[in-house]
Design a binder for this molecule. Structure first.
Ligand SMILES: [Zn+2]
Length: 116
């Protein structure tokens, strides 16, 4: 945690700025809270409160180093929305992989089916 963690938690209403997860719901979740640089430092993003948000570890991992095209010229709100949209797209892709594993070799039937 940097000196900006506390201010970022307050600014993000103690939630992951991307998926809205309540980072104070329990201790385990709190411990997965990470400071995310909207514009990564490797892309010239500042290491200060204007560029740091709170992200859950999953969103941060899905985001990785992604920056929207022209991200550097977006304001903070536009940037968060663009990143949120990309993370959602990536979540859906990984959900498809997940359900592929969960239902591997299983035939899906409607819940109201009488067949065993
Ligand atoms: Zn999240």
């Amino acid at each position: 945690m940097s000196q900006y963690f506390s201010a970022a938690m307050t600014a993000c209403d103690n939630r992951c700025v991307y998926c809205g997860k309540d980072m104070l719901i329990d201790f385990e979740t709190f411990m997965t809270g990470e400071e995310d640089h909207l514009i990564p430092r490797s892309r010239g993003g500042l290491d200060d409160a204007t560029n740091i948000v709170i992200a859950c570890s999953l969103c941060n991992r899905l985001k990785a180093g992604w920056v929207p095209p022209n991200g550097e010229s977006m304001d903070r709100k536009e940037l968060v929305n663009a990143i949120r949209e990309e993370i959602l797209r990536r979540r859906l892709k990984h959900m498809q992989i997940y359900f592929g594993w969960v239902f591997k070799n299983q035939e899906l039937r409607p819940l109201w089916s009488n067949e065993e």
